[in-house]
Design a protein around this ligand. Sequence first.
Ligand code: IMP
Ligand code: MG
Length: 189
Amino acid sequence: MKNDIEEVLFSEDEIKNRVSAIAQKLTVDYKHKNLTVVGVLNGSLVFLSDLIRQMPLPVKIDTVKANTYSGTSTTSAAKTEIIHNIDVNVKDEHVLIVDDILDTGKTLSEIIRMLTEYNPLSIKVCVLLNKSARREREIEPDYCCFEIEDKFVVGYGLDFDNRYRNLPYIAVLRESIMIAPKPFKLKKL
Ligand code: IMP
Ligand code: MG
């Protein structure tokens, strides 16, 4: 995987420090409040699991899944579809939506619209990355670890063609990989 990387934008240590800082802020802000953390699958998986383990609060955890872009494309599809919804009742809860990246804003604005129908006490958004240059909806994160330029990034949950999510850092892929992704050769175990 390392050979496919052009540049590391945020190292493992930088991510660790920012995630801790955001977790501390959230712990203060949501102390004595009923909090349901809603992770957006699959991109938030790594960020979500590190974040919640640093929040010593009795939080409820749930997930949603939205279809934003398909196949190997590096841009969001025009339409956002919710394909997995929350199970818990959030009527008496404050909701914190956690996602990997706020890009055009289509996914998160649709998820907010959908969760608003359950009448939670509040809805806030926490993202690992904010790519504001590409925004198409009026939405800003309430909590954000890093601002990034208009570059397609992978790692720490973010994927290209559903791969690279398990990289422990955030990186830019080599252009040749994004033009023609290599088929991964399977070895017999
Ligand atoms: P939005 O609806 O355009 O804000 O797109 C949000 C979704 O697009 C994210 O949850 C990601 O799954 C995906 N996405 C946007 N930018 C990137 C990127 O740079 N790398 C990987 N995925 C991305
Ligand atoms: Mg995603």
